[in-house]
Design a protein around this ligand. Structure first.
Ligand code: ADP
Ligand code: MG
Length: 197
C-alpha cells in the first residue's frame, strides 16, 4: 500500500467527469486514460464491484470501448491497491463507492497522483448523488458531459428510470434508464411509460 496521507508532491490533482447516464462519462474517462498511457505514465483503473453490468476486469462504455480495470469492494480496498509508482488513478462509477472515496481521492492527489473520477451527478430523482458532489467540490477540474434526450433529441442531463423500482441504487443500462432533458424528465417514484411503449 502506498503511503499518501501527508506526503505532498506537486503534480497531484482531481478531475471529475460528471453527467447523466449515456452522457459519455466512461468514454471520456477512457480517452484520458489512453492518452496517459500514450505518455507512458503508469495508470491504474478501478470500478466498484457493484457495477458488474459488463465486465469484472474492464471498464466498458455503452459504445463498447474498453480498458482494463480492477473491481474493488470499497474505498479502503482501492487505497490498498494503489502501487508506489502509479501516476494516474482512474475511477469509474464513483457514485457507487462509500463516503471514504472522498478522502481517498484527496489523499491520492496530495501524494502527487492525477485522479480522474467519473460518476453520476444526479440519482434517478434528479437529486445530487453522493459522493460525486463532494468530490466535485474538492476537485481542481469538473467536466459536465451530456447525453441526447431519448424523447425530444435535445441535450440531456438527467437519468429517467423506466422500470418500477424505488431503491436509489438500481444498476442497469438501457432496459432501466433513459437520458432525458430537463423538460422531458419526470422525477416520479413510479416511472412514466417509456417513449416507445
Ligand atoms: P456513460 O458512462 O456516461 O453512461 P458511456 O461513455 O458509457 O456513457 O456511453 C456513451 C455512448 O452511449 C455514446 O457515445 C453513444 O454511443 C451511446 N448512447 C446511447 N444512448 C445515448 C443517448 N441517449 N445519448 C447519448 N449517447 C447515447
Ligand atoms: Mg459509464
Amino acid at each position: 500500500m502506498r503511503k499518501f496521507e501527508r506526503d505532498f508532491r506537486g503534480t497531484g490533482r482531481i478531475e471529475v467527469i460528471a453527467g447523466s447516464m449515456f452522457s459519455g462519462k466512461t468514454e471520456e474517462l477512457i480517452r484520458r486514460v489512453k492518452r496517459a498511457l500514450l505518455a507512458r505514465q503508469k495508470v491504474q483503473a478501478f470500478k466498484p464491484r457493484i457495477d458488474n453490468r459488463y465486465d469484472a476486469t474492464h471498464i466498458v462504455s455503452h459504445g463498447a470501448i474498453t480498458i482494463e480495470a480492477v473491481a474493488v469492494a470499497g474505498s479502503e480496498s482501492l487505497k490498498e491497491r494503489v502501487e508506489e509508482d502509479t501516476e494516474v488513478v482512474a475511477i469509474d462509477e464513483a457514485q457507487f463507492f462509500d463516503e471514504g472515496i472522498i478522502e481517498a481521492c484527496d489523499g491520492l492527489a496530495n501524494a502527487g497522483i492525477r485522479v480522474i473520477v467519473a460518476g453520476l451527478d444526479q440519482d434517478y430523482r434528479g437529486r445530487p448523488f453522493a459522493p460525486i458532489p463532494q468530490i466535485m467540490a474538492i476537485a481542481e477540474e469538473v467536466t459536465k458531459v451530456r447525453a441526447v434526450c431519448t424523447v425530444c433529441g435535445d441535450v440531456a442531463s438527467r437519468s429517467q428510470r423506466v422500470v418500477r423500482e424505488t431503491a436509489t441504487v438500481l444498476v442497469g443500462g438501457a432496459e432501466a434508464y433513459e437520458a432525458r432533458c430537463r423538460a422531458c424528465f419526470q422525477p416520479h417514484d413510479v416511472p412514466p411509460a417509456r417513449r416507445s411503449a
